[in-house]
Design a protein around this ligand. Structure first.
Ligand code: MN
Length: 567
């Protein structure tokens, strides 16, 4: 069903409401290609629906650009569509602030982790993948620089995330799209040179398909689907590079895919095919008994078929096939259905599968967090909380700063540079001014306001979380104290006078006229000497002021000589 059809068939539903809301919010907005912006969010929502995600995710897909691009407040989304949808939209908005600039500045693995940490809920990742898939399909309209940056980010970050989540199809699609922008020459060459080979292979498979079908039926198996799967250009390119191969050495350029009802039938089909045609040694792969780390399950084999041509077969059940398309999403959907149908006890088989799905995620979790004791629960909630001990904040340039949970803008500032930390006078988080002890969250964009010659405050030691910040604050406080011990605060003037009545009054009047205050005054400090000395202590230390004052004092009748020292 298309989203438009859903809107028509249930005009009072959440999806219809979001459809209208988003269309209105994006009205008049155009994409770089010139088409209405709304097309983009509609297609994003369509992918999410096709991946069998729940209504809230589809609704969030429709709304995913309203906060960032049309200025709708998150509060409005929450009021209209509820907390969960608002949370999903917020997550996508946060992810939108990340920018990947290649492996030199941010490690790809770090960014993948950060995406999961920020998302908190895998459905946010799915929305982002749907968003990215449509953006890649319409990338032509952007500038060459933008194309390259987005294609690189897609290839290294999003395609690989999709793969780890078991979404083979989406991952492959993203890789192929990225490939044509990252290696346009190679892509064109492969396209031109494989076209004939693809056609020839497909023709051949078409020819033998009835034989295969008949063979299976004779052996009591009715396949649900037999079709062909052409190898993707990007993976063909990788394979040829990896093995320095020629095109005619690639057996799986086009593979024959057989989909049957059960796992037992998969193995039966494998036996029947091996009985009819000799298999190539070393090419039989049992991904059902030993699934790939991302959960991919299927049987693969290559046989020498009619006319002595090599043919690859991929044999799987419908469920395995669907999982290969939508990965972890498919699992989650099954879980939801089970819950609704009241089937609370998942079968053993399901639990094993769940373990596989989270295996890859666990590898990340090992470094960052606590154990996931119940993988079933983890999947059910789609919560990603194993990064909860770390937060990932970003600079306005999109660089990822990895900090412990509870870290503040001051920690963030010191992480960037000592001078930024010491000179920190204020901070903005997601464009809003916050106090310096504000607790940062994953995905926050943090801007530090600095002032020259500003010194850190000892107060900061109360709330900073990182050892680096603590050390740096302490060391600059020590410096400050040392300076304070030695830095003069006042100046002591010794005025040699020929004493007369009213002299001291004239001296203090002259000082007052210069807007300098006297902190201490003593007359005739050396009684009995020929020339009495008056001592005046003032609160100035600048040389210029001191000399100016001396000039003034010297004009007073009876003042003979003035010396001074800083105290
Ligand atoms: Mn978007």
């Amino acid at each position: 069903m298309t989203i438009r059809e859903i809107v028509k068939s249930s005009p009072d539903g959440m999806i219809a409401k979001a459809f209208a809301f988003s269309e209105k919010a994006h009205r008049g907005q155009k994409r770089s290609s010139g088409e209405p912006y709304f097309n983009h969010v509609l297609q994003t929502a369509q992918f999410l629906h096709d991946w069998h995600l729940d209504e809230q995710t589809v609704v969030a897909g429709l709304l995913h650009d309203t906060v960032e691009d049309t200025g709708v407040a998150t509060e409005t989304i929450e009021k209209e569509f509820g907390r969960e949808v608002a949370f999903l939209v917020e997550g996508v908005t946060k992810l939108g602030r990340l920018k990947y600039r290649g492996a030199e500045t941010t490690k790809a693995e770090n960014l993948r982790k950060m995406i999961l940490a920020i998302s908190e809920d895998l459905r946010v990742v799915f929305i982002k993948l749907a968003d990215r898939l449509h953006n890649m399909q319409t990338l032509k309209a952007l500038s060459p620089q933008a194309q390259r940056r987005i294609a690189l980010e897609t290839d290294e970050i999003y395609a690989s995330l999709a793969y780890r989540l078991g979404m083979q199809h989406v991952s492959g699609e993203l890789q192929d799209l990225a490939f044509s922008y990252l290696h346009p020459k190679e892509a064109r060459w492969l396209e031109a040179h494989t076209l004939e080979a693809y056609e020839e292979r497909t023709k051949y498979l078409q020819k033998i398909k009835p034989d295969v079908e008949e063979l299976l039926v004779q052996n009591g198996i009715k396949p649900l689907i037999i079709d062909f799967r052409a190898k993707r250009l990007s993976s063909l390119y990788k394979k040829m590079q990896r093995n320095a191969m020629d095109l005619d050495q690639i057996f799986d350029l086009v593979a024959m895919r057989i989909i049957v009802k059960s796992t037992e039938e998969c193995y039966a089909v494998l036996g029947i095919i091996h009985g009819a045609w000799p298999p190539l040694p070393g090419r039989i792969k049992d991904y059902i008994a030993m699934p790939k780390p991302n959960g991919y399950r299927s049987l693969h084999t290559t046989i020498i078929g009619p006319e002595r041509k090599a043919v690859e077969f991929q044999i799987r059940t419908k469920e395995m096939h669907e999982e290969a398309e939508t990965g972890i999403a498919a699992h989650w959907v099954y879980k939801q259905k089970e819950k609704k149908s009241g089937k609370t006890q998942p079968s053993n088989e399901n639990i094993n599968d769940d373990l596989l799905w989270v295996q890859e995620l666990r590898r990340w979790q090992e470094v960052y967090g606590e154990q996931i004791s119940d993988p079933g629960k983890f999947l059910e909630s789609m919560k990603i909380d194993f990064f909860k001990k770390r937060i990932f904040a970003i600079t306005p340039r999109g660089e990822v700063i990895d900090l412990p949970a509870g870290a503040t803008p001051v920690d963030f500032a010191y992480h960037i540079h000592t001078d930024v930390g010491s000179g920190c006078v204020g901070a903005k988080v997601n464009q809003r001014i916050v106090p310096l002890d504000h607790e940062l969250q994953s995905g926050d964009m943090v801007e530090i306001v600095t002032q020259k010659n500003k010194k850190p405050s000892s107060d900061w030691l109360r709330f900073v979380k990182t050892a680096a910040a603590k050390d740096k604050i302490r060391s600059s406080l020590r410096k400050k104290h040392r300076l304070m011990d030695h830095e003069p605060q006042r100046t002591e003037f010794r005025v040699v006078v020929e004493d007369r009545t009213g002299l001291i009054k004239d001296v203090s009047a002259a000082i007052a006229r210069s807007h300098i205050s006297i902190t201490h005054l003593e007359t005739n400090v050396s009684p009995g000497s020929r020339f009495p000395v008056d001592k005046v202590v003032c609160d100035i230390t600048e040389k210029q002021k001191i000399e100016k004052l001396i000039l003034k004092l010297k004009q007073i009748k009876g003042v003979r000589e003035i010396t001074y020292r800083l105290i």
